[in-house]
Write a protein that binds this ligand. Structure first.
Ligand code: HEC
Ligand code: HEC
Length: 171
């Protein structure tokens, strides 16, 4: 059973087919999270830091956070009641445990112990797992500063995009 041209062609075709399947992988496989429609969320929750994708935390985390905005990590991030309700609704709908959650969001939720409502994405198991190769000295760079500064490296984080191709670690 030597290598014939026919064998070789079959091999090339099957490799090409595999590459195409990988390129056409469903959006579920890409680190893209749905974001609330309209500008309110990015304007109100993206003014001090990245507008975090709702799918990075479960609904119970967002409910707790939205209930104590007057003391938000030591800041007053209070909103008018209509805005607060609008944002909470969007966060709950698109949360990691929401009805429309994709596989990645379900994994994020699965790694959060039941009965806890973490307020920091950067302290969740999923975040730690995804960033275990980023050296501690990198987080301390001036242009990054804190783990919560997603947009320093994930250039399109405000659109919910965290894909590998859009990561640029500032020097
Ligand atoms: C007045 C400024 C301000 C506004 C407005 C604000 N935040 Fe924050 N937020 C902070 C600060 C400060 C921290 C702590 C950041 C850090 O440790 O680097 C924080 C942290 C967070 C974190 C945790 C980040 C992490 O994983 O460590 C989340 C989630 C969050 N904010 C969501 C929101 C949401 C949702 C809104 C809109 C309702 C909002 N923030 C509006 C100041 C603000
Ligand atoms: C120091 C730069 C840096 C910061 C800041 C940072 N990340 Fe990352 N992130 C990375 C790198 C590097 C990877 C690994 C790239 C890869 O393999 O996709 C990664 C991977 C990820 C992934 C998985 C991407 C994938 O393709 O599966 C997600 C989701 C993610 N980060 C979310 C966040 C969130 C949310 C924040 C802020 C709370 C954040 N990151 C802050 C550098 C950073």
């Amino acid at each position: 059973m030597g290598i014939t041209w026919k064998n070789l062609l079959t091999l090339i075709l099957s490799v090409a087919a595999t590459v195409m399947v990988i390129n056409n992988a469903p959006a579920d496989d890409e680190a893209i999270f749905p974001m609330p429609a309209g500008k309110t969320y990015v304007e109100e929750c993206g003014s001090c830091h990245t507008a975090y994708a709702p799918g990075l935390l479960p609904a119970r985390s967002w409910r707790r956070m939205m209930g104590e905005l007057d003391n938000h990590f030591g800041e007053d991030a209070s909103l008018s009641e209509p805005q607060q309700l609008e944002i909470l609704k969007a966060l709950e709908t698109l949360a990691a445990d929401g009805n429309q959650a994709n596989m990645r969001m379900r994994r994020i939720h699965g790694a959060i112990p039941a009965g806890t409502a973490p307020q920091r994405i950067s302290e969740t198991g999923y975040f730690k797992f995804m960033h275990d190769e980023v050296r501690p000295s990198i987080w301390k760079r001036k242009k990054i500063g804190t783990l919560a500064n997603c947009i320093a490296c994930h250039t399109r984080a405000n659109e919910g995009r965290y894909g590998e191709r859009e990561v640029r670690i500032p020097q």
